[in-house]
Design a protein around this ligand. Structure first.
Ligand SMILES: [Fe+2]
Length: 163
């Protein structure tokens, strides 16, 4: 029972990281087309980070004899229509990841599997950091209207601190 459940949600987590990597890569493409140089780099870096999170998790799964299964039919939400919109989508995505990590941590603690819980603690702390950065960017972005000129200024002046 425990093994089936934990396998399922750890594997789901792996796919969430994979999905995030692809989502942020597409966001970086959108920023590139809009000439938002720093936002492009921000999402490209985020995409690479998510891939590292996925690899870290897949290595752990192999170490504990769980075969990782990658879902290659991941559908992305490509309705990107503004910089505000993509940062909000990224934030919602990170909240979803946090929720799943907390859920797996609950299961691990319930069944006293401290090995898995200890491993997940790295992700718990990472999520605090990632949510904080996105929330700060979103909170500052509200001071800029959606005109291309203002968004370019935001990209140049504000986002440079986050790449
Ligand atoms: Fe991640």
């Amino acid at each position: 029972m425990f093994k089936n459940k934990i396998n399922k949600y750890l594997n789901y987590q792996l796919n969430l990281e994979y999905y995030s990597s692809k989502l942020y890569l597409e966001m970086s493409f959108w920023c590139d087309i809009k000439n938002l140089e720093n936002a492009k780099i921000f999402f490209k870096n985020s995409s690479n980070d998510e891939l590292k999170h996925m690899n870290k998790l897949s290595k752990f799964l192999c170490d504990i004899d769980i075969l990782p299964v990658i879902n290659s039919n991941i559908l992305l939400n490509k309705n990107f229509n503004s910089l505000q919109n993509i940062f909000k989508k990224a934030y919602i995505n990170e909240k979803k990841i946090t929720h799943n990590i907390n859920y797996i941590s609950d299961i691990a603690l319930k069944y006293k599997n401290y090995k898995i819980f200890h491993f997940l603690s790295w992700y718990i702390l990472k999520q605090i950091e990632e949510e904080k950065v996105l929330k700060t960017i979103i909170n500052n972005l509200v001071f800029y209207n959606n005109k291309q000129k203002d968004i370019l200024i935001f990209d140049n002046l504000f986002l440079s601190k986050y790449i």
